[in-house]
Design a protein around this ligand. Sequence first.
Ligand SMILES: Cc1cc2nc3c(=O)[nH]c(=O)nc-3n(C[C@H](O)[C@H](O)[C@H](O)COP(=O)(O)OP(=O)(O)OC[C@H]3O[C@@H](n4cnc5c(N)ncnc54)[C@H](O)[C@@H]3O)c2cc1C
Length: 387
Amino acid sequence: MTDAGADPEASRAEVRDGFCRWMHDHVDDLAPFRRERPVSLEEQLAEQRPLQRLLFDAGWTRLGWPVAHGGLGGSRLARAVVIDELAAAGYAVPELLGNTDIVGSMLVRFAPEIATEHLGPAIAGDEVWCQGFSEPDAGSDLASLRTRAVEDGDHFRITGQKTWSSDGHLATGCVLLARTGPVDSGHRGLTMFWLDMSTPGVTTRPIACVDGRAEVAEIWLDGAVVGRDRVVGDVGGGWRAVMYLMQFERGAYAWQRQADLRARLEELLAQRAPTPSPAAPGILGDAFLRYYALRAKCRGTLAALDAGCELGPEISVDKVMLGLAEQSVADAARSLMWPPFVTDDGDDAALARRRWAYSRITTIYGGSAEVQRDLIAERLLGLPRGR
Ligand SMILES: Cc1cc2nc3c(=O)[nH]c(=O)nc-3n(C[C@H](O)[C@H](O)[C@H](O)COP(=O)(O)OP(=O)(O)OC[C@H]3O[C@@H](n4cnc5c(N)ncnc54)[C@H](O)[C@@H]3O)c2cc1C
């Protein structure tokens, strides 16, 4: 073991044992992070920041990231074990670790200098990142986006509007997709940039989601100047970078979510609802089935990503399974907590309501379920185009 506690050379079983021992030894330090509460996103990030720092300082969340970029080296599967055990022990996995995993994996590959500067601080909770891809008229059809980046000497001037950017109003940095090619250049004319969100000309406005929390934001760019050294990958290579990122958005992130879903299912089993709906046992059974199917699929995906595979349309299967599992678990909670689910003002009911509402969103972000199903049908199964 290193001084920090985490050992990149350890086997997964040793990481699991070592991390569980560490949690046991730090039970007092970890006590404030035992429960998720129905608070605003700002409060949640602020409450979770000290946990991110603790995990970082002990090395656990640096496992599987390259040493050159603030990590300890080793396998990303070791980091997955840590996330799994953290949730199983009843702690809320820090929200920001998910997006750091998604964006960080892409930066390490396409912009190693930027990863060296920013990855460590993001893992530690000192930076918040967002993804600026979608626009009001470019979501599923991302290649039609219109935000323009015009080359001007050693920098680019970016003008346009992004929307639905998770954590966008709180972010310090953004991976932003803009058009550097002609208007009709489609996916070939896109470039990805690393945008410092404090750049003059960048403004944000939060959007409240169906669960009542402002989790996403609009981002306006009015001639924001970004240096050429902030290009992620190649000029004109933005599509490649964003498709690479999607493997982690649709696949690796599902692992973090499944860890949370398992903890919620265990909680539900432990609860004794006063008058559960007669349909509740069946709904709970469905939720367990979907959860275990997701976990099994995700495990294979993580192993493939760890081995350096670039995954194609098969990653859409993970994304569809994640949406199904999220909604099944939230439906099971609603059934088992009925009627307090609708009548109670306490934290448990408020959190269950928020999670249920949020679960409806999970079939939209990262690419809608309908589009993922089309990708599976056409590109994985070779079926004829439906539309
Ligand atoms: C909570 C949340 C967080 C998000 N976070 C981010 C983020 O951080 N960064 C970011 O850039 N974006 C983010 N998004 C945006 C998300 O990626 C888009 O909402 C999503 O890709 C769908 O695009 P759209 O909203 O423009 O809907 P549209 O593309 O207009 O789709 C509308 C409906 O039509 C269906 N549809 C569209 N095209 C087809 C097709 N070809 N075949 C079948 N059905 C189709 C869709 O399934 C959907 O039901 C987030 C969205 C949400 C809800």
